[in-house]
Design a protein around this ligand. Structure first.
Ligand code: 4NP
Length: 156
């Protein structure tokens, strides 16, 4: 069982979508029992909130359903998850600002480590963008997730 936590800033756009795409893909491959996944934000702005309506609608357009409520990243997440996947470098910096984070640095990685295009770049924040930006985020995450799942499945 691999436990994966997707992290962004607000936990209403990128990381809930990442979580939903991951779940969608592992269901397609009948791998649900191999993984436990969740998402959260480093900020406290959207605790308890549903994801951004633009994210929900864009995901549905691409065949993916999102069911999530916002929550904030905390120290216990370092223990509760094996892999902490940040959407961008500022998320990594915020995660590493949590007291005690130094002991868990090896668990924290950028999501686009697994992208075949612009490997290691940030997943751009679509919050102030338009539908084209939301679709770009979907494609980045969909692509990265396929490679991540292949890697995690081969390693088993
Ligand atoms: P996310 O996008 O980090 O992908 O969820 C954001 C959502 C909300 C805010 C910033 C980024 N905000 O400032 O409220």
């Amino acid at each position: 069982m691999t436990r994966i936590l997707f992290v962004c800033l607000g936990n209403i756009c990128r990381s809930p979508l990442a979580e939903a795409i991951f779940i969608h893909q592992i269901k397609e491959q009948n791998l649900q029992s191999d993984f436990q996944v969740a998402s959260c934000g480093t900020a406290n702005y959207h605790i308890g909130d549903t994801p951004d309506q633009r994210t929900i609608r864009n995901a549905l357009k691409n065949g993916v359903t999102i069911d999530h409520r916002g929550r904030q990243f905390g120290l216990s997440d370092f223990v509760d998850f094996d892999l902490i996947l940040a959407m961008d470098q500022s998320n990594v910096n915020n995660i590493m600002c949590v007291s005690g984070a130094d002991n868990y640095v090896q668990k924290v990685k950028l999501m686009r480590t697994w992208d075949s295009i612009n490997t290691g770049a940030d997943v751009p924040d679509p919050y102030y963008g338009n539908e084209k930006d939301f679709q770009e985020v979907f494609e980045i995450l969909n692509r990265s997730m396929r490679n991540l799942i292949v890697e995690l499945t081969v390693k088993k």
